[in-house]
Design a protein around this ligand. Structure first.
Ligand SMILES: C[S@@+](CC[C@H](N)C(=O)[O-])C[C@H]1O[C@@H](n2cnc3c(N)ncnc32)[C@H](O)[C@@H]1O
Length: 284
């Protein structure tokens, strides 16, 4: 029998898993920004972020895309970076201070319960965050409330497992070894918004119009496949959550299988992990 999905318990585990992965996500920042740089630019364009914009970033993590937004809006604009994990946000605040970015604030808040100024933002952005929300409609409703009339939302999510083998292979190996069922439609999961039409439908259901979805190739380039395994092992909190039911030795075996499988994407030119993002945008 399959255990019933418990959204509150899922969220508690998600928060803890990002508390634990916070340092690693911050440490891998340069890799993240070169991997997700194009998607990030497309998201900022899609959200209409420009000089002077007031930007709300939901599930901001260690802040890579928040800093890109802060640089774009300049001294007349501002960015509020929010996340459920206080530890990962502390890395964002510290890095912003070190980089002299003074138009950025942070706020620890659940993205499904956004306690921010109503109609107080010109743009809402979220980079690989929405997939973690058990109630995506609730999150989208809060984001819409935060936007002024005519304000824009844009989010980056993974497309399908077939186009994202750098991640779907580890997910598949762990799911099989830990005997986990795939998430049901509507439940959170890495590829939950990636199917044809899924994120567009979610945005429209939440009341956004002029919805567009752009496909952005985002190959993950690293020196070797072992670097990719280290990156995912260090910082992909979702994988740790899925592994939690296995013993230490079983986890080790799972990572060994993942390393073998990802080896097929390594050549003389280095490792190129297949990855494709969707950038979905809409207007309030
Ligand atoms: C894959 S990371 C992405 C971080 C950042 N946007 C980036 O692209 O580097 C996912 C983030 O979602 C956050 N998150 C997960 N569930 C959340 C929730 N319910 N509310 C707010 N943030 C959440 C995690 O704490 C984590 O920082």
């Amino acid at each position: 029998m399959t255990a019933k999905f418990n959204p509150e318990q899922y969220k508690t585990t998600t928060r803890q898993q990002w508390e634990d992965a916070a340092e690693a996500w911050h440490r891998w920042g340069p890799t993240l920004e070169s991997w997700l740089g194009t998607s990030t630019e497309r998201m900022l364009e899609g959200a209409g972020v420009t000089e002077g914009s007031r930007v709300l970033d939901v599930a901001a993590g260690a802040g890579g895309q928040s800093f890109a937004a802060a640089r774009r809006v300049g001294p007349k604009g501002r960015v509020l970076a929010t996340d459920i994990s206080p530890t990962i946000l502390a890395y964002a605040a510290k890095a912003a201070a070190e980089a002299g970015i003074d138009n950025l604030e942070t706020q620890t808040v659940d993205g499904e319960e956004l306690d921010v100024a109503e109609a107080g933002f010109d743009a809402v952005i979220s980079r690989v965050g929405l997939i973690y929300f058990p109630d995506q409609q609730r999150a989208l409703a809060g984001m819409r409330r935060a936007l002024r009339a005519g304000g824009r939302i844009s989010a980056v999510v993974y497309s399908t497992p077939e186009k994202n083998e750098f991640f779907s292979i580890p997910v598949g190996v762990i799911r099989r070894r830990a005997q986990l069922p795939p998430p049901l439609p509507g439940q959170p999961g890495p590829f939950s918004l990636g199917g044809p039409g899924v994120i567009a439908q979610a945005f429209e259901q939440a009341g956004f119009h002029d919805v567009t979805v752009e496909t952005v190739p985002a190959p993950l380039r690293m020196p070797t496949s072992a670097d990719c395994v280290r990156f995912e092992r260090d910082s992909f909190g979702a994988l740790h959550q899925m592994l939690s039911g296995l013993s230490e030795a079983e986890r080790e075996e799972a990572w060994e299988e993942i390393a073998t499988e990802l080896g097929r994407f390594e050549s003389a030119e280095g490792f190129v992990g297949p990855c494709e993002m969707l950038v979905a945008s809409g207007t309030k």
